[in-house]
Design a protein around this ligand. Structure first.
Ligand code: CUA
Length: 397
């Protein structure tokens, strides 16, 4: 090629382009190595997840093997039989019996090698749980998750606490439409249906998910079946804890928060979470923030109690998320907003701006009933009342 200024300019531009693409590729590669991924599909933390993952890994390596063989043969053929001076027509192998047998039997063996663990894994995902498995009844609502622990007598929402090392049996059902429970690190995705009605005397049919978690941590999940306008805003947060921490959480969930009701009694000694910590002598209840008192009164005398329950108070609604120890949750609105006072105010004032189609009324706007028929009236809370309710709720720790 002639060395002209035009050509040199072009090759410099090409060089810059290649460098840019290279740098971008490197950046993506490095980015993939950093950080932790609480919703990773390739980092299972349960026996079920490992079963699914090992299948994925084995299929991956089989396809890599096939890819390498195919590309090697192809590459050799292209190179060895390329057109060159004196190259004669290569030997023709059409209809070669040995090759025909080899490329029929080879893939058949690979298919069988993949099929056997696949069928085993399919059965493993449908296995019955051991008798000592801890049952959690999971209910999908538009657009939040309810978790009921029948043995422990605990109800909570959106943040699912589970012990490490103990078999867990989730019983899935929906209160309205089809949802899907998917926490990738627990392994598997399962539809959450309205249970099929059963004939008299028989249990309705539920979908189940069984696993044993093998590592502490926080794992994120998400509704995985389109269920309405806020389907994408229906998140799950799994807190996998040691057995002792889990028992502590259960104990706290069963005891009212110190501020749940007006503090006539000394504050419960719930600060001593770690087992074995000597209990501090009961101190006289500190003077309560008047805003908290006002918030409690507002909450208990408004329509909040028609839908929400708080352990140890007269609030016992079951249509909405149970708010016991709400102050301890990391997020509100099913994983949407960080649990801060400001966000509580924003949520109580008008949740529909955060979550379209939400079944909770705003201060000045009605909302559709969970059943979809009829409307809830607006709560009618003033800005001051909203501030007070948010202050009260955030003390429920
Ligand atoms: Cu619930 Cu999508």
């Amino acid at each position: 090629m002639l060395r002209t200024p035009e050509n040199e300019g072009r090759s410099r531009a090409t060089g810059r382009f290649v460098a840019l693409v290279g740098a971008l590729a490197l950046a993506f590669l490095v980015a993939a190595c950093a950080g932790d991924y609480p919703g990773s599909t390739i980092d299972p933390k349960t026996d079920l997840g490992e079963t699914v993952h090992s299948l994925y890994v084995s299929v991956f390596w089989w396809t890599m093997f096939i890819g390498v063989v195919v590309w090697a043969v192809l590459g050799y053929t292209i190179f060895a039989f390329r057109e060159k001076p004196g190259q004669e027509r290569p030997r023709q192998i059409h209809g070669h019996l040995g090759l025909e047998i080899a490329w029929t039997v080879g893939p058949a063996i690979i298919v069988v090698a993949i099929a056997i663990p696949t069928v085993q894994a399919v059965f493993a995902t449908q296995a019955r749980p051991p008798a000592d498995a801890m049952v959690v009844e999971v209910t999908g609502h538009r657009y939040w998750w309810e978790f009921h622990y029948p043995e422990q007598g605990v109800v909570t929402a959106n943040e699912l606490h589970l012990p490490v090392g103990r078999p867990v049996a989730l019983r899935l059902s929906s209160a309205d439409v089809i949802h899907s429970f998917w926490v990738p690190m627990l392994g598997g995705k399962r539809d959450v249906n309205v249970p099929r009605t059963a004939p008299e005397g028989q249990e309705p049919e539920y979908n189940h998910l069984y696993f044993t978690i093998n590592e502490e941590g926080t794992f994120l999940g998400q509704c995985a079946e389109f269920c309405g306008e806020s389907h994408a805003l229906m998140r799950i947060r799994v807190v996998a804890q040691s057995e002792a921490d889990f028992q502590g959480w259960v104990r706290d969930m069963r005891t009212p928060s110190p501020t749940a009701m007006a503090s006539t009694a000394p504050a419960a000694a719930d600060q001593n979470e770690a087992a074995g910590t000597p209990e501090a002598a009961p101190s006289p209840a500190p003077q309560e923030d008047p805003l908290v008192t006002q918030g409690r009164e507002t909450f208990m005398s408004s329509t909040c109690v028609a839908c929400h329950a708080i352990e140890g108070t007269p609030a016992a609604g079951v249509m909405g998320p149970n708010l016991t120890r709400l102050g301890r949750r990391a997020y509100i609105g099913a994983g949407l907003l960080e649990n801060t006072r400001e966000n509580l105010v924003r949520w109580i004032t008008d949740p529909s701006t955060v979550k379209p189609g939400v079944r909770m009324p705003s201060t000045d706007r009605e909302a559709r009933l969970p059943t979809g028929q009829g409307m809830w009236p607006a709560t009618g809370l003033t800005d001051d009342q909203v501030q007070a309710v948010a202050a009260y709720l955030s003390t429920l720790r």
